[in-house]
Unconditional design. Structure first.
Length: 116
């Protein structure tokens, strides 16, 4: 149990820090006024929910962007390791990129990039 001592102390400090931040914000915040809590749209009142303005196709584009942007998360460390591992690292990265290209081709064939 003594091995968990530092972790428990760190957890306690984190909980106290969060509780202290909430307490400090409650002590210094201004009173609630409904007018100040509305979004300011050049003086016009809000008539619709913020999410309702976006067409559903943007969510698919966002998911595609996130999926294909993740390759950079794997490529940055690969650049540092390729010198040590040699040709094996290059082959593995090109196999990874081939999977991503296959995914792009699949998404293209399914019409994910079509706007109409």
């Amino acid at each position: 149990m003594e091995a968990f001592g530092p972790a428990l102390v760190l957890l306690a400090v984190a909980v106290l820090a969060v509780a202290g931040a909430y307490g400090a914000s409650a002590a210094v915040r201004l009173s609630y006024a409904p007018v100040t809590c509305e979004a300011f749209l050049s003086g016009t009142p809000v008539t619709e929910h913020a999410v309702s303005r976006y067409h559903v196709r943007w969510y698919a584009v966002t998911m595609l962007f996130l999926a294909f942007d993740m390759e950079m998360v794997f490529m940055y460390p690969w650049v540092l390791v390729v010198g040590e591992m040699g040709a094996k690292a290059v082959v593995e990265m090109f196999l990874f990129l081939a999977v991503l290209v296959a995914a792009v081709v699949y998404a293209w064939r399914e019409g994910a990039f079509r706007w109409t």
